[in-house]
Ligand binder design. Structure first.
Ligand SMILES: [Cu+2]
Length: 298
């Protein structure tokens, strides 16, 4: 009997050890390998974790995600260890005469106060990041993004340009070299200069959409009749993709967002060209939304 008990105990110990080891390996892969697999500006095959950051907001989000991941791993392992301990030590065979204890004041206070403290520890950086996202710094550039079923209209109010951005189909993508990613590339991308604060005003013209670019750490609803604001500062040149992130109808998956972060010089070149191609008629309302008659209520 005793031998059997010892065997069960050592088996449980080995099992716990194996679980801890597996969890540690998974965590290490997520934290270290995750960034290696993560896409820059777009998802990549076998990606684990979040897309790579190209903005200070996203740096904070990735840091916070990793901190919370470690807290979750610690809590899960602690609960698992408790469960295993109870299963081995207090099963009917090992502990035939159970104690009649029903209360333990110290324990009850501890298991209330400790989780509260853990939540407070998580809440402090969480609120800090939320305020950082919501306090829009003085902007170098403003872009208004209007979500339509199913594309985006972009307006640079200070430059008096407006254009609609439509997803490229497979035939149009194939004509380009290198071939841009499927379901993400568009005909008219947003251009922004690197290291500049970009204020993004977001609205919907028909139903609710959402403007999201993972590498910049931004995601905000595009609601008819309400102007939402967010901001980003891209610190690395490159092409960054996002998608509408609110179910908005049958072509919800086909209204991607493409942001090209370029040097000041390249931006000026693009802007000069865009002013010829996309000039808004200044006598008309700046955006179609103004005349769209407001929100659909269904
Ligand atoms: Cu949408």
């Amino acid at each position: 009997m005793l031998v059997l008990m010892r065997m069960i105990r050592s088996a449980a110990g080995a099992f716990t050890f194996a679980l801890v080891l597996a969890a540690a390996l998974v965590a290490a892969t997520l934290l270290a390998g995750g960034t290696a697999f993560a896409g820059m500006g777009q998802p990549s095959p076998w990606q684990m974790g979040l897309q790579q950051s190209a903005a200070p907001t996203m740096d904070d989000i990735i840091w916070f995600h990793n901190v919370v991941l470690w807290i979750i791993i610690a809590i899960t392992l602690f609960v698992l260890a408790l469960l295993l301990y109870i299963m081995v030590k207090f099963n009917a065979k090992a502990n035939p005469v159970p104690s009649k204890t029903t209360h333990n004041t110290l324990l009850e206070v501890a298991w209330t106060v400790i989780p509260v403290l853990i939540l407070v520890v998580i809440a402090i950086p969480s609120f800090r990041i939320l305020f950082y996202q919501l306090n829009i710094p003085p902007a170098d550039l403003t872009i208004k993004a209007t979500g339509n079923q199913w594309n985006w209209t972009y307006n640079y109010p200070d430059e008096k340009i407006e254009f609609t951005s439509i997803m490229l189909n497979d035939a149009d993508r194939a004509k380009q070299n290198p071939v841009p990613p499927r379901l993400l590339a568009v005909d008219n991308a947003i251009y922004v200069p690197v290291n500049k604060v970009v204020r993004v005003q977001v609205i919907g013209s028909d139903v609710i959409h959402a403007f999201a670019v993972p590498s910049f750490g931004i995601k905000i609803d595009a609601i008819p009749g309400r102007l939402n604001e967010t901001w980003f500062k891209a610190t690395r040149e490159g092409v960054y993709y996002g998608q509408c992130s609110e179910l908005c109808g049958k072509d919800h998956a086909f209204m991607p967002i493409e942001v090209r972060v370029v040097s000041d010089q390249a931006y000026a070149t693009w802007l000069a060209d865009a002013k010829k191609k996309f000039a808004t008629d200044t006598s008309a309302p700046a955006n179609a939304v103004a005349s769209a008659g407001g929100a659909k209520t269904e």
